[in-house]
Design a binder for this molecule. Structure first.
Ligand code: IVH
Length: 437
């Protein structure tokens, strides 16, 4: 009965399914089938029909990503099982040490591993009931997380609901939990900081801090404007790993419509793991988001359970951390930068040096305490590091014969270099008195 009120709910649902499909093509697969214009037309159509029939609006409609009352404060909720952290290794020897322990504790020599990128964001738990997203929790202290449901509903790669048939096909039960990494892609991070700078707001130091700041916004419409992305890496039921292999978990989550990171590998042994680690060290600059290493996990769940945990980290997984990208150069001068809030930051002016694909000319020295801690003088040779942070930092002074020490000691100016107002020193930084701003 087309056109009658009776078939409005099915008309609405068909439109929603069409939109969900195109969202999936665009945001998860990065392979749209229709133009943005045609997509917007579909959304407009849905909005119009929902405005005419508000009684049929469902919380999992694509129009309802931003909705509900703004959060009034922090609500804490217990995790189904502790959200653990990872132990780190920094070189091949340490990684081999971890492999040896896996062999010893399990009594096996043949172990399959899954290699994944170590994404530099924040971990997030998503709880689905009857195929619908009901809760999103931050890691918190690992036992109790912060409820950020309204915020994470705005993340387009987080499905608000998954059809029963799709879950069934993927082998996932209707009630389940997904854990993964929420992050801000570099392009979104850059854009957000540019906008903040134009408005005179303080800048986020790196995408990780920006993600945490964004997801804790009380007003979810702000989260919606800053594009976050979610990559799952775990699936639980009643707090326990569901599938018999980790590789199977990742494939099933992908089948269910989640954006599982494509850059992963099922490795037959540590040699294959090591190849993966080395390949990605060189390629990480090409990624649209930050990674700080590789996570290696024992594939078999039964073996994971045998290995168990130590304190806060599993024995069945390990992080291999890449070294911070660094270079050595000379400090030609130190200038003082005046922030919008009146804070003065000493910045080292460097002889240009190439670090990880970009030419670095400036590095932050943070404040006078940091200059004293490093013992930096103008003319010194220094190690400069580019971590996840936007602004590179001076890590240490190089003291050897090939790199003679500088002699010129730096002092904070007594007055502002721009307006000449007298500077006030708080316990950590130098600032301009508020009245002058
Ligand atoms: S697995 C019990 N896999 O790294 C194992 N963690 O330093 C739990 N992270 O808190 C973590 N990428 O936020 C896992 N592919 C990945 C990851 C990953 C990033 C984060 C995660 C964790 C932190 C530990």
């Amino acid at each position: 009965m087309p056109g009658t009120t009776k078939d409005i709910p099915s008309k609405l649902e068909a439109l929603r399914e069409q939109i969900r499909h195109h969202e999936y093509r665009y945001f998860v697969l990065d392979s749209p089938e229709i133009s943005d214009f045609d997509f917007d037309k579909l959304v407009e159509q849905l909005k119009k029909l929902e405005t005419e029939h508000p009684e049929f609006i469902t919380p999992d409609s694509p129009t309802q990503r931003v909705g509900g009352k703004p959060r009034e404060g922090v609500v804490k909720t217990a995790h189904s099982s502790p959200m653990l952290s990872l132990d780190n290794t920094y070189n091949e020897e340490e990684l081999r040490g971890w492999e040896r322990r896996v062999h010893e504790l399990s009594g096996r020599k043949e172990v399959d591993y899954v290699c994944e990128l170590k994404l530099d964001g924040m971990s997030l738990a998503l709880i689905y009931e009857d195929g619908r997203l009901v809760r999103g929790l931050t890691r918190g202290d690992g036992t109790i997380g912060e409820d950020v449901t309204l915020n994470i509903r705005t993340v387009r790669t987080i499905p608000l609901s998954i059809p029963k048939e799709k879950l069934k096909k993927a082998g996932i039960p209707a009630d389940f939990e997904v854990r993964g990494e929420l992050l801000m892609p570099l392009a979104a991070f850059k854009k957000m900081n540019e906008e903040r700078e134009a408005k005179g707001l303080s800048l986020f130091a790196n995408p990780r801090n920006a993600t945490a700041g964004t997801v804790r916004q009380l007003d979810a419409s702000i989260t919606a404007r800053r594009r976050l992305d979610f990559f799952p890496y775990m699936m639980l039921r009643n707090g326990r790993t569901y599938f018999d292999r980790h590789s199977r978990t990742l494939d099933a989550l992908s089948d269910a419509g989640f954006k599982v990171n494509q850059s992963r590998k099922l490795a037959k042994n540590m040699e294959e793991v090591w190849v993966f680690i080395q390949q990605w060290e060189g390629k990480r600059e090409s990624l649209p988001y930050e990674i700080d290493g590789i996570v290696v996990k024992v594939d078999r769940t039964s073996l994971q359970n045998e290995l168990g945990f130590t304190g806060k980290a599993p024995r069945w997984a390990i992080a291999y951390k890449y070294a911070a990208r660094a270079g050595v150069t000379q400090i030609e001068g130190i200038r003082v930068q005046v922030g919008r809030t009146g804070k003065l930051t000493p910045v080292a002016e460097l002889a240009p040096v190439a670090i990880g694909g970009t030419t670095v000319r400036n590095a932050t020295l943070h404040n006078m305490d940091e200059i004293e801690r490093l013992g930096v003088k103008i003319g010194d040779w220094v190690q400069v590091e580019r971590g996840g942070d936007v602004i590179p930092k001076v890590a240490k002074v190089i003291e050897d014969q090939a790199h003679p020490r500088g002699t010129k000691i730096f002092h904070m100016p007594e007055t502002c270099p721009i307006c000449e107002t007298k500077i006030v020193k708080t316990n950590r930084s130098c600032i301009l008195p508020p009245a002058t701003l």
